[in-house]
Design a binder for this molecule. Structure first.
Ligand code: ADP
Ligand code: MG
Ligand code: ZN
Length: 561
């Protein structure tokens, strides 16, 4: 499928970047990504929100002959991008249900006449018969699939229509594809590759570490009071509060308003005019806090959001990461606070009642990861990055678990036992079943094995620890990279290179106690009584230090004094 491209085109990309967009530098791997797609090769781009994915298809679209098709899940997203491109003097349009028949004909004619460079299409429109005929006639350079995670049921916003895209592209012609997403879990990535039949595609993945974001989780108790205090302490700053239901959105927006906070609600139950008006008010700083369901945010590019609060526990870590990612896009302060309670998890589980068995299993798996993230005492950033397949070799120093660590313990026999158990079961068990085995919990999985012949069987009980301890320890060993989790394969854990070396030459490993939110509630209350404010000094100091460093960095980049 490799196309012949004028090397001049590849060599002058930087000049075109400056000429068209006014940027003097490519960010991260943008240039080599653009070269890859220009060579006609399938390309897979995984970058966090705000990293600059759009440019990876916009610039090659402009230097290619013909029309580039961009598939995008939301009308608001398309409109936003078309407006931006038009402002740059680029001929871009969208094709979706908001257009009249006449407008559609005009757009199609422009495309066929070769005037149009980029055409944004919703997946639903793509599958329409007359659009298909038109696409077959047009001269198309390549297809970009934005927000490609919508293909996967394992992602956080699955769109069934996205699964039909590949068939259509095949029907139109053998076109190179560039798929882009900010979802980095290996499972979702694999789904995308499979569905788009681009297993061979070169993958460009940049780090998901958002160094300026402070992650924090508090017990969900007296949440309203905590919320008001938090928002008041951040008076005048832009923030988003995410709630699960429309009803809670309305209540919380009202609560903040009566407490002198300029807050507005946003959810799919509001009519589109109100939604638009509230979104604009937020973007134009007429309101400070937007209280919203997850309907709010995709494609919203407000650089100075200073905090994102999860009033309710989100359904998945992907969702959490995306939503928290809307804070601090300018590289400055960004605080991510989530209120956690197991009640929320149970509520979310109830929503899955009517789903198919597979969907329910997926949803439960995602929730389990959410519970683990919330309760483990390990550095939040290490946990998040580990979930996205990235390994951070030390604690970040800039999250609540780093700033106010839970109790630590040094263990060696326990680690050796776990690694041996993984080894003896031939790396075919997931973490929970390993814990079952060493605590002699005889369920069907353990029994399916000749467990009584293994010398690790029941050994965990001799070390006198609860099953919860073992589950937590195994999770921590994954984050610390002694074990690797095979997400493609039901979360089976395997011994990593580091783990193998460890077995030859073991040493004490520091593990962190899990959070016990019930207990912590009491502690928080005590602190509040003592300090009178409830704010933790350690946190404030870490934040101040980090902020100073960030300000310096930004000032240097922008040549400010
Ligand atoms: P993503 O889709 O990855 O979330 P966007 O494509 O919306 O991110 O880009 C985020 C912001 O970064 C935009 O405002 C865009 O103009 C800007 N941007 C992208 N590439 C560059 C670059 N090379 N130099 C400067 N700004 C850039
Ligand atoms: Mg984008
Ligand atoms: Zn940390």
């Amino acid at each position: 499928m490799v196309k012949k491209v004028d090397t001049v085109v590849l060599d002058t990309l930087k000049e075109r970047l400056k000429e068209i967009f006014g940027y003097s530098q490519f960010r991260g791997e943008q240039e080599i990504i653009i070269q890859n797609i220009l060579l006609g090769k399938n390309t897979f781009v995984i970058m966090p929100t705000g990293a600059g994915k759009s440019l990876c298809y916009q610039l090659p679209a402009l230097v290619s002959d013909g029309l580039t098709i961009v598939i995008s899940p939301l009308i608001a997203l398309m409109k936003n991008q078309v407006d931006q491109l038009t402002a740059f003097g680029i001929n871009a349009q969208f094709l979706n249900s908001t257009l009249t028949k006449g407008e559609m004909t005009r757009v199609k004619n422009d495309a066929l006449d070769g005037i149009l460079k980029l055409l944004y299409i919703a997946p639903e429109s793509l599958t329409k018969e007359d659009n298909l005929d038109f696409l077959k006639k047009a001269k198309i350079s390549f297809v970009a699939i934005d927000e490609a995670h919508c293909i996967s049921e394992w992602g956080h916003d699955f769109r069934p229509e996205y699964r039909r895209i590949y068939g259509i592209i095949e029907n139109i012609g053998n076109l190179p594809i560039i798929a882009l997403t900010a979802t980095a879990t290996p499972k979702v990535q694999q789904d995308i590759r499979k569905n788009l039949q681009m297993e061979e595609a070169e993958t460009f993945k940049s780090s998901f570490n958002r160094k300026n974001l402070y992650y924090e989780i508090r017990p969900k108790k007296d949440t309203k009071k905590q919320l008001i205090r938090y928002v008041r302490n951040n008076k005048g700053k832009s923030g988003i509060v995410y709630c699960l239901s429309r009803k809670t959105v309305e209540e919380v927006a009202e609560l903040l308003s009566v407490n002198d906070v300029r807050a507005l609600p946003y959810h799919a139950g509001l009519d589109s005019n109100t939604r638009m008006a509230n979104q604009d008010a937020f973007l134009n700083e007429e309101c400070d806090v937007i209280v919203a369901t997850i309907a709010f945010g995709m494609g919203i590019d407000k650089p100075d959001v200073r905090f994102v609060i999860h009033y309710d526990v989100p359904k998945s870590l992907e969702g959490y990461y995306q939503e928290t990612g809307r804070a601090g896009r300018d590289g400055l302060e960004g605080n991510c606070l989530m209120f956690y309670s197991y009640d929320d998890i149970q509520k979310l589980e109830k929503f899955n009642k009517d789903k198919t068995v597979t969907e329910r299993d997926n949803a439960r798996h995602l929730l389990n990861e959410m519970v683990a993230y919330s309760t483990l005492g390990v550095c939040r950033r290490r946990q998040l990055l580990s979930y996205f397949g990235e390994y951070l070799d030390k604690d970040c120093g800039f999250c609540d678990n780093c700033v106010k660590p839970t109790e630590k313990s040094k263990v060696q026999d326990e680690v050796v036992l776990i690694l041996n158990a993984v080894y003896q079961t031939e790396q075919r068990f997931d973490g929970e079943h390993i814990a079952d085995l060493i605590t002699a919990t005889d369920n069907q999985y353990v029994k399916s094995y000749e467990h009584d012949k293994l010398d690790v069987y029941g050994k965990g009980l001799e070390l006198n620890e609860s099953k919860d301890f073992w589950i937590s320890a195994i999770r921590q060993l994954v984050i610390l990279n002694y074990l690797e989790k095979d997400v493609e394969n039901y979360g089976v854990v395997k011994i990593s290179e580091k783990g193998r070396a460890y077995l030859n030459d073991p040493y004490p490993v520091t593990l962190q106690k899990d959070h016990n939110f019930e207990e912590e509630e009491v502690k928080a209350e005590d602190e509040e009584k003592e300090a009178g404010t409830g704010s933790a000094h350690a946190y404030d100091e870490a934040l101040l230090g980090m902020l100073k460093a960030l300000r310096k960095k930004v000032a240097k980049e922008k040549n400010l004094p």
